[in-house]
Design a protein. Structure first.
Length: 228
């Protein structure tokens, strides 16, 4: 029987190049939104599901993040000398995360509404799913343009297409990560495998969501939080 998710991976290794000068001397997860670093907003969500383990991957300016996260009990997966992307980074962190399905959470978004991790845990069905992605209807996404990443059928199975934006939170099984020969690779490769088996699902987020991927996203996110 597949175990319920009990560990969370926070993706915090990226360079944050779209942030320009803001990430010249600090990693993107330490940029503040509404008086708190982005990664602390993510940690609040993570703690809301009371996991046994929280892990973050580090690469760019890792010592700053380590000094911030270690006192908070977060285990660290350092990616050296090269960054490993989402798939390679998650695979490298598996010894810290443990067996079974895991949550993953990006650290560059703000959620206004229910805790997305709680909703994912309530909906996760390992009998039908290999991954469950929290997706945002385009009309509820702030600071993001385009038609979306996925389209869903009536049961929540998803294919590539317009309509839903991946919000950066998910539950997924990790066993197949060991099959990829590349050291650095995207989780998109794993999703595509799951999609061909009709085991890639989405849950539509009922609240609003803001991408803080560029400097203008900071103000948008703060305005969103002020409306909550």
């Amino acid at each position: 029987m597949t175990r319920p998710p009990d560990a969370i991976m926070l993706f915090a290794a990226g360079f944050g190049t779209r942030m320009g000068a803001l990430t010249k001397d600090r990693p993107k997860p330490l940029i503040e939104v509404a008086g708190h670093p982005l990664i602390d907003h993510a940690l609040d969500l993570a703690r809301g599901v009371e996991p046994s383990r929280i892990v973050a991957n580090l690469h760019y300016l890792p010592d700053q993040l380590a000094a911030h996260l270690e006192p908070q009990g977060v285990a660290l997966s350092r990616e050296e000398p090269e960054i490993l992307e989402t798939g390679g980074g998650l695979r490298a962190a598996l010894p810290l995360l443990g067996p079974g399905p895991v949550f993953t959470l990006n650290t560059d978004a703000i959620w206004a509404g229910p805790n997305p991790l709680q909703l994912l845990r309530q909906t996760w069905d390992p009998e039908r799913m290999d991954a469950l992605l929290m997706c945002i209807p385009v009309a509820q996404a702030v600071g993001r343009t385009g038609q979306g990443d996925f389209t869903a059928d009536t049961e929540g199975r998803i294919q590539r297409g317009p309509g839903l934006i991946y919000g950066g939170a998910q539950v997924l099984r990790t066993e197949e990560l060991l099959d990829f020969p590349e050291k650095a690779f995207s989780l998109n490769l794993l999703w595509d495998r799951m999609r061909t088996r009709n085991r890639l699902f989405a849950l539509s987020y009922p609240g609003r969501w803001c991408d803080v991927g560029h400097p203008g996203g900071i103000r948008l996110a703060e305005d969103l939080l002020a409306d909550v």
